[in-house]
Design a protein around this ligand. Structure first.
Ligand code: GAR
Length: 188
């Protein structure tokens, strides 16, 4: 089984989808630990329900991005992690993390990269008026939202959509492709 270390900042629905895919034997893996940076992240309560250890590393307690990433690397190593899965991790990561887990850091982003990089991808696609957007799972490189694309899914933007309804439909696709993309990465 792949030994996964999950990183999340928010609701953790992607964390949950991966945990469920493992439970359903669609992905041969084990979640060793969840790291979260925001004390209010609902992801932590989800981890508790799955009996997965959760470690809070609050970015506000660290002097630099590198200092936070060193603590992340140490925590991942302490939990014997081999693959790092950024599931709604809203902090920019540095070479400290990327070099420690070379080609083994995976991110999900709510657009069809290379369009709409950054923290507001869904709003940007909505405002740009594109008719198709989606989500991308990719390997993490130093340059934000770059790196080899593992899987994408397209999502149409419908006439009656709001950012919220669009986000909900993108998330359905995220939950479907993320476990598959992790399996693909492990076979590269
Ligand atoms: C996901 O939609 C993910 O694509 C996005 O955050 C959401 C987290 O949802 N990530 C980014 O925007 C990264 N820049 P979740 O906490 O319910 O999994």
């Amino acid at each position: 089984p792949l030994k996964l270390g999950m990183m999340a900042s928010g609701s953790g629905s992607n964390f949950e989808a991966i945990a469920q895919a493992i439970a359903d034997r669609q992905l041969n893996a084990n979640i060793q630990v969840l790291i979260y940076n925001n004390p209010a992240a609902k992801a932590a309560a989800r981890a508790a329900r799955w009996h997965i250890p959760a470690v809070l590393l609050n970015h506000r307690d660290f002097a630099s991005r590198e200092a936070l990433d060193s603590a992340i690397v140490q925590t991942l190593r302490d939990h014997d992690v081999e693959w790092v899965i950024m599931a709604g991790w809203m902090r920019i990561v540095t070479d400290v993390l990327i070099d420690a887990f070379r080609d083994r850091v995976i991110n999900i982003h709510p657009s069809l990269l290379p369009s709409f990089k950054g923290a507001h991808a869904i709003e940007q696609a909505f405002t740009a008026g594109v008719k198709i957007t989606g989500c991308t799972v990719h390997l993490v490189r130093l340059e934000v939202d770059s790196g080899q694309i593992l899987m994408q899914a397209a999502v149409p933007i419908l006439p009656d959509d709001t950012v919220e309804t669009l986000q909900a439909r993108i998330q359905v696709q995220e939950h479907r492709i993320f476990p598959q993309a992790i399996a693909i990465a492990a076979q590269l």
